[in-house]
Design a protein. Structure first.
Length: 163
């Protein structure tokens, strides 16, 4: 799974996507601190313990560097994290299987990219991108031209220590 890069200089519009989701009862916002445990449970149930641990890092930031998608402003149906794995990284992200394909994943992704842009970055790294075509389609992201052993997931020593 390659890392991907996308530009934050000009992002696709989000307002219309959010309006369309709202008519279906879905809203996107940052999780409240008191939703930390329910988000953790959602990620563990549908995805993985590892992803839940990455999401936990987002609550160390103010504002929290993640977004959730809610159905009827109650039930978490999706999430996206940024500035979690490492600085400037997007991910992990996931949408509950029963509501995939409705535009929720794209909205979470685009909201997170705006979050990264607000932090001052002009490119975002999509770490270990699984659905490469999803990222390509939504923002024109490109796989970085390096082997994944050059990325952060396969290091056995912190970069720079032995230089
Ligand atoms: C990837 C994921 C977050 C997408 O969420 P989603 O809500 O289903 O996506 P959307 O409905 O917003 O799709 C947006 C566009 O991407 C396309 N798309 C969605 N998933 C795709 C995929 N896996 N591959 C290629 N295109 C995809 C949709 O068809 C849609 O295209 P359109 O705008 O032309 O209609 C979701 O499928 C998921 O949770 N997957 C499992 C977890 C995962 O792989 N996370 C990524 C880790 S790096």
């Amino acid at each position: 799974m390659p890392d991907m890069l996308c530009s934050l200089v000009k992002l696709p519009p989000l307002r219309e996507r959010l309006a369309a989701l709202r008519t279906d009862g879905f809203t996107i916002r940052r999780p409240h601190p008191w939703e930390r445990e329910s988000l953790d449970a959602f990620v563990r149930l549908h995805f993985s313990d590892t992803w839940a641990q990455e999401v936990s890092v987002t609550f160390a930031h103010q504002p929290v560097t993640s977004f959730v998608a809610l159905k009827d402003n109650k039930e978490i149906v999706g999430f996206a994290a940024y500035e979690a794995t490492r600085k400037d990284y997007f991910g992990p992200t996931g949408v509950s299987p029963d509501v995939q394909g409705k535009g929720i994943g794209a909205a979470l992704f685009l909201a997170s990219l705006r979050g990264l842009r607000e932090l001052g970055y002009t490119y975002a790294i999509i770490g270990g991108a699984g659905p490469v075509d999803f990222y390509r389609r939504v923002v024109g992201a490109q796989p970085v031209p390096f082997d994944d052993k050059d990325g952060i997931y396969r290091i056995d020593e912190e970069p720079g220590l032995s230089e």
